[in-house]
Design a protein. Structure first.
Lengths: 620, 484
């Protein structure tokens, strides 16, 4: 039995699929990408409305789309807005694919095929791919190519030649390599036309080949690869991403498939024009099949491409920057990630900042000195991470150096996050020139204008009143100038303490460093040298536990010297008894669990990751 | 004074007669603030419009460019003053040697304010039409996009000479030209496929300036006036970072020597006087006649332990590169023992009478030393003088002479303390230096928002003849190994 409404049913199903896709994509992005991708993209760029910023894009192939992409993705600063923008962009790609598909004939019955590209692109931003090169502009390039082709299909046949060439040229000037995508679609379309023109095909091929060559010669100073392939998967061999490549190449392949499908006898002649409709059973089966395909692909992606770990770490990094210490500690609690270093790294910073590091540092997992400092590497996130600890230790010059390195080596463009940090370190250093330099950029940034106005106000107040404390800004540590070395973190902390023996943060981090190295000789040396200056109300737990280890190794005088509590001695004795009685691995594991929050367990059983042994801390 | 009043009245008549009519105004008690600042500078008559912005409160500004009683035009603007290029060019060409006055009016709530005139002088000497420089972030270790660029001083148009987008992101540095000629250029590309690219006599090639007996490949190059020889320093350089950034970075050499490259015979050679283990030799420069080699020299000492103690003197040695003969003794021109300071970057005027150099407290690299200033040495009298008219509270360095010896181009951090900008200073026929002006750009906001430093600005007499793609091709090619 024929279903007279089958086209309408397919249309409803396609829209339903679009709505489901949009909802699913939005939830997916919000739950999996909010910090690791959306926020990350916004911080790796720095859109400002001045001419100089525009000019740096205008000289690049595809620069206008890159500029537009940067303009839009500045709103990724608000992750929900960013997630909606990403979702809408992908949805738009789906709708354009659907529109192109519909114009092939009755093949819109296979509407799931139109979803191949946006669904694939959704999984491009999988952080474990470690490819953060692709930006919103790459999606916009596809949108422009599909949009141009959709427009082309509406041009009356007799004007299609001039229209196609003009659209190609316009598209090339906007979105560079995506013009080739348009050219490929156009050629397929021409090949399947009844009144195809070989002359036109030849012309479009000549224009498609000639335009990049002429642009290379007369417009852009860029590699041949860039003038041909900018904003496509073949843009940069270094950042090649197979998912993006599949999505991009799938577009002409799908179009070819649709053209072929539309010529099948079972498809040809069906549809509203002919009045031949599918039977109800066929409609239901096809709609179900489509939905199953879409759902299956989505589930496969969710299962294979979700990386909660990187999202969690990114969220911690974000909260650290904001100085939300309780939130950082909360996020780090109970996380059993494969890469435990960033968790301990950020939690240690949070504990240092809120003054609970020596008391609580073994209540969460410690990974060694690598959890205190990252090893130096010229990489965006590494520079920022190292800078964070020096910022919190009150060493603005080093924090600024790290921020500047991050600003420069940000893979997209200058990083707004790094520039924000330079503003903050300039405020700490009361460096008016540097502050003015960077705050002006933020004043030209639609997203950061308000923030810049606030910072200016705070800075002016701090200049007028030396006692004024800028909210959220760490206190600048007092110490004499010394030559700083990223490879010698312990030496740096000692140098800080040497000229200011009351610097509690430097002391605590130095002590943590010695404890995590299990270097109790050095630990005791610093205790003897600096502990008295710190005026602790009571001996912090980590220090107490370390001193007990020393005391039980022929240094009993420490018990009195540092007023070690009887309760701690009792706990230590109890643990030692348990260790003595633990005759097998199960018992040892149990006692480790029971006493996991003590330095003793770390000292005896943990194999620490030492800073000097590991190349660098990687998130991306 | 009377003259001034007469000219002012004349200017006002002009304003009310053929320009915008302003019926009444209030006089401001001070000059208007503009950016960039041009008050009191000497400018070449072939310079591009000195566009600027008025930093005074107002919704409309009127700026009139007046050459005392002779000529004038006006620009009405809401903030940025974009000077019409044609009118500007005609005014400057017609009035060489004259003073130009800027009459600035601002309007706020329909009330006009007039500011006292700003002046600058149109010098009778022209300037080389192009400058070349490297654009790079003033960073510590990292770089990202960088390149060598050229800017037309007559039109403010910038174009790339070569960028690292063409060389897989490599570092490139130390570009130098033979007597300001755009056809003879040398620069280094570091890292992957690194080498020294030499564009000379219409040929572009890459050479490997690292001979087995050298500590490193060539670094700071200077062309011999004859064009055949290039002297390079060869340095083993590292840098340290201060925890309280007075100077931010300290660059120091663990050792350094000088070597000479013969571009005709493709040969590297040196002499014990410029290649000694007991001393560090760096920053070479040829005398104008090519018979003497100037360089900076310091006794060798362990680095980085003694980085705060090393001070370089300026010395010169007679030589004949054709025979490879060098005098056995060097003549000390600026002694570190006497000054207690360190010398870098000697640059000789085209007539050979002046050497401009950097002088600062200690070390080998002046760019992060705010106390660093430019000094000049009279090569005949050996008199040294600080160029107070030119210097600022920040580091002024990497200076270059124009081909007519009347203009000095240098990079300075004076604008914001971090990013170096190119400044030009005039040397008049009486030997007086004048207040420098920043190289003008089309957009007066340019320097505020460009996040790159202008490194090593050099005057050139035209556009670089080698194309970016020719230079890229040279980078891709195998380096020519010189004989040594």
């Amino acid at each position: 039995m024929n279903s007279p409404n089958s086209p309408t049913l397919y249309k409803i199903a396609a829209w339903l699929a679009a709505a489901l896709f949009a909802a699913g994509a939005l939830i997916w992005i919000l739950s999996s990408y909010q910090y690791s991708i959306v926020k990350f993209i916004s911080e790796m760029q720095f859109f400002h409305t001045d001419r100089v910023y525009f000019q740096q894009f205008s000289i690049l192939p595809g620069g206008l789309t890159l500029y537009a992409g940067s303009f839009i993705s500045q709103f990724f600063h608000y992750p929900v807005t960013g997630s909606i923008i990403l979702t809408l962009t992908l949805l738009f790609i789906y709708l354009l694919m659907l529109d192109i598909m519909k114009q092939c004939g009755a093949i819109h019955r296979f509407f799931a095929l139109a979803m191949v590209v946006p669904v694939t692109l959704l999984f491009l931003y999988n952080p474990s791919n470690a490819v953060m090169y692709y930006r919103l502009a790459h999606f916009l390039g596809i949108v422009l190519a599909l949009g141009a082709f959709s427009l082309y299909l509406r041009i009356p046949s007799r004007f299609r030649m001039i229209g196609g060439i003009l659209l190609y040229l316009a598209l090339y000037s906007l979105a560079a390599g995506n013009a080739l995508l348009f050219a490929a679609l156009l050629c397929i379309n021409e090949l399947f036309r009844d009144e195809r023109s070989w002359l036109y095909l030849a012309a479009i091929l000549v224009v498609a080949a000639g335009t990049p060559l002429l642009a290379h010669r007369f417009i852009y100073i860029a590699t041949m690869n860039k003038v041909w392939w900018a904003l496509t998967p073949f843009d940069s061999p270094k950042f090649f991403n197979i998912i993006y490549c599949i999505a991009w190449c799938a577009i002409p392949i799908l179009y070819l498939l649709w053209q072929l499908l539309s010529r099948l006898p079972s498809v040809r002649g069906r549809g509203e024009k002919t009045g031949k409709m599918d039977r109800r059973g066929v409609v239901i089966a096809l709609v179900l099949c489509n939905l199953i395909v879409v759902g299956g692909v989505a589930l496969y992606g969710i299962k294979n491409y979700r990386n909660k770990e990187i999202e969690g770490i990114s969220q911690m990094a974000y909260e650290v920057e904001q100085g939300n210490w309780d939130r950082v500690i909360e996020l780090g609690e109970g996380k059993n990630y494969l890469n435990a270093v960033p968790i301990s790294y950020f939690t240690n910073i949070a504990r240092l900042a809120n003054g609970t590091l020596p008391e609580k540092m073994f209540t969460y997992r410690q990974t060694g000195t690598y959890g205190l400092f990252d090893s130096w590497a010229i990489r965006y996130s590494t520079c920022l991470f190292i800078g964070e600890i020096y910022y919190r230790l009150g060493v603005p010059a080093i924090a600024e150096q790290c921020a500047f390195e991050a600003l420069v080596c940000s893979p997209y463009e200058h990083s707004s996050k790094a520039a924000r940090r330079i503003v903050q370190t300039s405020m700490m250093r009361k460096d008016t020139e540097s502050f003015e330099k960077y705050i002006r950029l933020f004043e030209k940034s639609p997203i950061y204008r308000k923030w810049a106005a606030e910072q200016r106000l705070h800075f002016e107040k701090s200049l007028q009143d030396p006692g004024y404390k800028v909210p959220g800004l760490p206190e600048t540590a007092r110490f004499d100038n010394f030559m700083f070395a990223f490879g010698e973190q312990q030496h740096n902390l000692i140098s800080m303490l040497h000229s200011n023996p009351c610097n509690r943060k430097a002391f605590e981090y130095l002590m943590a460093f010695s404890l995590l190295r299990k270097d109790l000789t050095v630990f005791l040396e610093f205790m003897d040298q600096y502990y008295e200056n710190m005026n602790y109300e009571k001996l912090p737990r980590a220090f107490e536990e370390a001193l007990l280890i020393l005391a039980y190794n022929d240094m009993q005088e420490l018990l009195l010297k540092y007023e070690i509590s009887p309760e701690a001695i009792a706990r230590f004795n109890s643990l030692n008894n348990e260790i003595a009685q633990a005759s097998n691995a199960v018992l040892i594991r149990n006692l480790q669990k029971r006493h996991h929050d003590t330095y003793w367990i770390y000292y005896r059983y943990t194999k620490p990751m030492m800073l000097e042994n590991i190349p660098d801390l990687l998130v991306y | 004074m009377t003259k001034k009043i007469v000219y002012s009245l004349f200017a006002l008549i002009l304003l009310s007669g053929c320009g915008t009519k302003i019926d009444s105004w209030e006089s401001a008690g001070r000059q208007a603030k503009i950016f960039p600042e041009y008050e009191g500078t000497y400018i070449p008559w072939n310079i591009a419009p000195l566009n600027f912005k008025v930093l005074e409160d107002g919704d409309l500004y009127l700026v009139r460019f007046v050459v005392e009683g002779k000529d004038s035009f006006e620009v009405k603007t809401k903030g940025k003053v974009h000077i019409p290029a044609g009118k500007w060019k005609r005014l400057l060409e017609k009035n060489k040697g004259e003073k130009m006055a800027l009459h600035i009016f601002s309007r706020k709530e329909n009330k006009w304010t007039r500011y006292p005139e700003l002046h600058f002088t149109i010098a009778e000497d022209d300037v080389d039409p192009y400058i070349a420089y490297r654009l790079i972030e003033p960073g510590y270790n990292a770089w990202n996009e960088m390149g060598l660029y050229q800017l037309s001083l007559e039109s403010s148009k910038e174009s790339p000479i070569v960028t690292n987008a063409l060389t897989n992101g490599t570092c490139m540095n130390c570009h130098t030209f033979h007597k300001n000629s755009p056809g003879s250029m040398v620069f280094h590309i570091r890292g992957e496929k690194g080498g020294t690219v030499l564009s000379h006599n219409g040929e572009v090639r890459k050479i490997d300036t690292k001979a087995p007996w050298m500590i490193a490949a060539g670094v700071y190059p200077r062309w011999h006036p004859g064009g055949r020889y290039i002297v390079f320093s060869t340095n083993k350089t590292t840098q340290g970072f201060y925890s309280l950034n007075k100077n931010k970075i300290e660059v120091f050499d663990h050792c350094s020597d000088l070597v000479i490259y013969d571009s005709e015979e493709n040969r590297l050679f040196t002499d014990t006087i410029i290649h000694s283990e007991k001393s560090y030799e760096t920053f070479p420069e040829w005398s104008a006649d090519g018979k003497e080699l100037y360089f900076c020299s310091a006794p060798a000492m362990p680095m980085p332990d003694k980085f705060g103690e090393i001070r370089y003197s300026l010395v010169r040695v007679s030589c004949n590169p054709e025979t490879g003969e060098f005098a056995s003794r060097a003549d000390t021109l600026v002694s570190a023992w006497e000054t207690g300071k360190s010398v870098s970057l000697p640059r000789i005027s085209p007539d050979g009478k002046r050497v401009v150099f950097c002088l600062y407290d200690f070390g080998t690299f002046p760019i992060w030393h705010p106390e660093n200033d430019l000094y000049e040495l009279n090569t005949e009298t050996r008199e040294i003088r600080e160029m107070t008219e030119v210097n600022s509270g920040h580091s002024d360095s990497f200076h270059s002479w124009s081909s007519n010896g009347r203009w000095l181009l240098f990079s300075s951090r004076r604008m914001d303390g971090t990013y170096t900008r190119p400044y030009i200073s005039y040397l008049d026929s009486n030997g007086n230096w004048h207040k420098p002006f920043v190289v003008p750009q089309k957009d007066p906001d340019h320097y505020d928002f460009r996040m790159k430093s202008y490194n090593l600005p050099e005057f050139i007499t035209g556009k670089v003849t080698a194309t970016p793609y020719e230079l890229q091709k040279a980078w891709e090619s195998d380096a020519v190994k010189p004989e040594s």
